[in-house]
Design a protein around this ligand. Sequence first.
Ligand SMILES: C[S@@+](CC[C@H](N)C(=O)[O-])C[C@H]1O[C@@H](n2cnc3c(N)ncnc32)[C@H](O)[C@@H]1O
Length: 236
Amino acid sequence: MRFDIFTTLPAMFQGPLSESIIKRAVARGLLQIEVHDIRAWTTDKHRTTDAPPFGGGAGMVMKPEPIFMAVEAVLGLEPGVPSPTPVILLGPGGERFTQALAERLALQPRLALICGHYEGVDDRVRQHLATDEISIGDYVLSGGELPAMVVVDTVARLMPGVIKTQSREDESHTSGLLEYPQYTRPAVFRGMPVPEILLSGDHAAVDEWRQEQAIRRTATTRPEMLAAWRARQEAE
Ligand SMILES: C[S@@+](CC[C@H](N)C(=O)[O-])C[C@H]1O[C@@H](n2cnc3c(N)ncnc32)[C@H](O)[C@@H]1O
């Protein structure tokens, strides 16, 4: 899968996307991540990417021209022709990013992500260039770079071969329940023992305990998730 990220702050991506699982997936050719500096498509000597809002008001708005030109050039789009590749604008007013949405995006061979800044992006980008707008939650960040990294990381780990399938199946938000508590060595730390059942070697009993724990944890912190999970179980 290929990600094309459009940003005015390309250096922000250097650390997070060149470590750990993502780094290994890129090295193994499972992922390709290209970060494009929107400023490369500006035409003035100051490489301007923002301007004051029409109608007045605080702050600056990202100009449409360099964003349109960058995305069209990299994706090979004709101006005005809809993109076959999803072009995702990161924005707090977009569709809420969830595991289910990540799973849908993971079916695509390529995704483009546009990072906004300042007061946001000229709305013609959302209306006429982006195919989707995604919010990572009901709060406002200063830029779309961290949200883009959240989307890349979440979608990338769903790609075949990036992590073990079993690791994903039990995870919070995949099965519809939060994950059961996990423990590792030592079996006793500062007088705190791990639950005995996990040391029993009885796999069926461990599975049953984990399911109970997942239900209990979900009931405590996310009761609405448990209700939806129960409704699905009854429907199946
Ligand atoms: C300060 S925000 C602009 C907020 C905008 N004035 C508003 O009220 O909707 C600047 C940029 O950060 C990104 N951003 C901020 N919060 C976000 C969120 N929750 N999800 C995705 N992107 C977000 C977007 O790219 C946005 O254009």
